[in-house]
Ligand binder design. Structure first.
Ligand code: ADP
Length: 285
């Protein structure tokens, strides 16, 4: 399976949310879509889910234009939007069964799929709980299950900033990683560090432009030799590329991305995916 974005531009009135985006995605990939708030991630995912149409450009699924024929895509895609519609009075099981019936899944198949996914996402004990009484994490896991019902070949998850706790996130990532065998999985996230181990490709959006599209290893390699750590007695003005700062008894421990050695005493350290994203987003400092 091949999903091609061909020169995609999306404008909302006079606001350009995506600008000439080109990318080719293949089955077997778990794609991490990264970018600051407003970078265009949700817009891109809505275009792929055929909820929105591009202002110009084409999206091709195995050569077929899904802008002209959205039904081809709709039968293939499981999409979890950032805001999941609430059905507070339905129990988790009723909610999932309802979504399965909307998707046209036969009752017997639906039962089997729901039970297996509830087990995968550790929600078996919450089956009878009303959606309105579920925690954010439970609701999100139920949302991911909805996206997975019907065994879609393309899975698109627009991750909210809040919801899953770190353990749940890692568990969900591992399941998605397993599912990416033979499928295309796209995960938009703010939490760069925990997709490092599972993403096979990173798409980095900045102000509507795709500024990086390659493997996480390649992204990390680009920042190699450009990540530094050192101590300062206090913060200086106008410091750029600060990856982390920790106040200690001896002063402030700084981790910074920079092409040049930022301070005499700075020592080079290994780059993480987070450092590398910062490095690229700050314009290759
Ligand atoms: P992200 O998901 O990366 O936060 P979005 O795709 O939501 O980014 O938004 C990209 C840009 O498009 C932002 O500047 C946002 O304000 C703008 N935008 C998004 N949706 C609309 C809309 N319906 N009308 C006008 N502008 C929008």
């Amino acid at each position: 399976m091949e999903l091609v974005l061909e020169d995609i531009t999306k404008k909302y009135k006079d606001k350009t949310a995506l600008r000439n985006v080109n990318a080719t995605l293949h089955s077997g990939q778990l794609i991490g879509l990264i970018g600051k708030n407003g970078a265009g991630k949700t817009t891109l995912l809505k275009l792929l889910s055929t909820i929105l149409k591009p202002t110009s450009g084409r999206i091709l699924l195995d050569g077929q234009d899904i802008v002209k024929s959205p039904n081809i895509m709709r039968s293939m895609v499981g999409y979890l939007p950032q805001e999941v519609s609430a059905y507070p009075n339905l129990t988790v099981l009723e909610y999932l069964s309802y979504i399965a019936s909307v998707k046209g899944i036969k009752k017997k198949d639906a039962e089997k799929q729901i039970n297996s996914l509830l087990a995968d996402f550790h929600l078996e004990n919450a089956k009878g709980k009303r959606m309105g009484n579920c925690s954010g994490g439970m609701k999100q896991r139920a949302g991911i299950i909805c996206a997975l019902l019907g065994d879609p070949q393309i899975i698109i998850i627009d991750e909210p900033t809040t919801g899953l706790d770190p353990e749940e996130r890692v568990a969900a990532r591992n399941i998605l990683s397993r599912l990416s065998r033979g499928r295309i999985v796209i995960l938009s996230t703010h939490i760069v560090s925990d997709i490092e181990a599972v993403a096979s490709r990173i798409l980095l959006l900045q102000q509507g432009s795709l500024i990086f599209n390659d493997s996480p290893e390649e992204l990390i390699a680009r920042a190699r030799g450009c990540v530094w750590e050192y101590m300062l007695p206090s913060l200086q003005e106008g410091m750029k590329g600060i990856s982390s700062m920790v106040q200690t008894e001896m002063g402030i421990h700084i981790r910074q991305v920079s092409r040049e050695k930022p301070e005499k005493q700075a020592v080079p350290v290994n780059s993480t995916l987070e450092d590398a994203c910062l490095f690229v987003m700050e314009g290759w400092l």
